[in-house]
Design a binder for this molecule. Structure first.
Ligand code: SAH
Length: 255
C-alpha cells in the first residue's frame, strides 16, 4: 500500500492569521489545510464548539486561547476577539483562528475577516464542513435528493442578541425550499415550528434533530414539525443541534 503523501501545502507565515473551519466534531472531517495549520500555529484561538480531540492535534508548545462562553458568562465580545487576532499577528505569531463547522456559516468569520483587512493583516480562509451538511450526512440524511428537492434553505434560529430572529420573513422561509436546515434551533424550537406551520408547512412534516453530530455523543431524534419541541424536551436534547425539516427525510436510505 502506498503511504498517504499529502500534497505540498502553503506555508503558514509568521504574522498571518488562518481562519479555519474545524468541522462539526469528528477529527476525521478536518481538511489537510486545517491539520497543517494545527501542526504549525503558534497560537490557537478557538471556540466552544471545537472538539477537544481536534484541539489535541495542535503543535506542542502552541498557546491556546479560549474565545467561547465560560460557565454561563457571556462570550467575549466579537471586537475583543478580533483585536486579539490583530495583536497576536502584529507580534509576528502564526495565528490559527479555529471555529466549529465552516467559519463563514453562522460563525462570525466574516466579521473577523473584515477586522483583519482593516488592520492590514494578511489572512487565509480555510472552509470546513458545516454542521448543516456534515451533521445531516452522519445521520444518513442527504441534504438534497434529485427526486425531492432542488433547493435547500439554511437558517439560524437565533439572532445575535439571543432572540428569535424576527427580522426574518418566516412565511417566505416556509414557502422557500422543500428542505430547511435550522441552526441554533433548540432554544426557540416551538416558536420556529409555529411560524413555519403558520407559513403553510404541514403539521406532520418530518423533522430530524441531530445533536452533537459526528461526535461519540451524536443523537438523532425523528419527529414531526408539530411535535418537535416536545420531542426535543422529552429527549433532553442539548445544544449544539441542527434541525432538518422536509419530506426529503422520508427518502433517507435504509428506510
Ligand atoms: N460555523 C458553524 C455554525 C456555528 S453556529 C458551522 O458551520 O457548523 C452554532 C450552531 O451550529 C449550533 O447551535 C448548531 O445548530 C450547529 N452545530 C455546530 N456543531 C454542531 C454539531 N456537532 N452537531 C449539531 N449541530 C451543530
Amino acid at each position: 500500500m502506498t503511504a498517504l503523501r499529502p500534497p505540498r501545502l502553503p506555508a503558514f507565515a509568521p504574522g498571518t492569521v488562518w481562519l479555519v473551519g474545524a468541522g462539526p466534531g469528528d477529527p476525521g472531517l478536518l481538511s489537510l489545510l486545517a491539520l497543517h495549520a494545527l501542526q504549525t500555529a503558534d497560537d490557537v484561538v478557538y471556540d466552544a464548539l471545537v472538539d477537544r480531540r481536534i484541539l489535541a492535534l495542535a503543535r506542542r508548545g502552541a498557546r491556546r486561547h479560549y474565545a467561547g462562553k465560560r460557565g454561563g458568562k457571556p462570550s467575549p465580545r466579537q471586537p475583543d476577539i478580533s483585536a486579539k487576532l490583530v495583536e497576536l499577528a502584529r507580534q509576528r505569531r502564526r495565528v490559527l483562528r479555529l471555529k466549529g463547522g465552516d467559519p463563514f456559516v453562522f460563525g462570525r468569520g466574516g466579521e473577523e475577516a473584515l477586522a483583519l483587512e482593516a488592520a492590514r493583516i494578511r489572512y487565509r480562509v480555510v472552509p470546513g464542513i458545516t454542521a448543516g451538511i456534515g451533521g445531516l450526512a452522519y445521520a444518513g440524511i442527504p441534504v438534497t435528493h434529485r427526486d425531492a428537492n432542488s433547493a435547500v434553505t439554511f437558517v439560524t434560529g437565533h439572532a445575535s442578541g439571543g432572540d428569535l430572529p424576527d427580522g426574518l420573513d418566516w412565511h417566505a422561509i416556509a414557502r422557500g425550499a422543500p428542505i430547511l436546515v435550522v441552526y441554533m434551533a433548540l432554544k426557540h424550537l416551538s416558536a420556529i415550528a409555529d411560524r413555519l406551520i403558520a407559513g403553510g408547512r404541514p403539521l406532520d412534516e418530518p423533522v430530524a434533530i441531530i445533536a452533537a453530530a459526528t461526535t461519540p455523543r451524536q443523537r438523532v431524534i425523528e419527529t414531526t414539525l408539530a411535535e418537535a419541541a416536545h420531542a426535543a424536551a422529552r429527549a433532553r436534547l442539548k445544544p449544539p443541534a441542527v434541525l432538518a425539516i422536509g419530506r426529503t427525510l422520508r427518502l433517507k436510505p435504509g428506510r
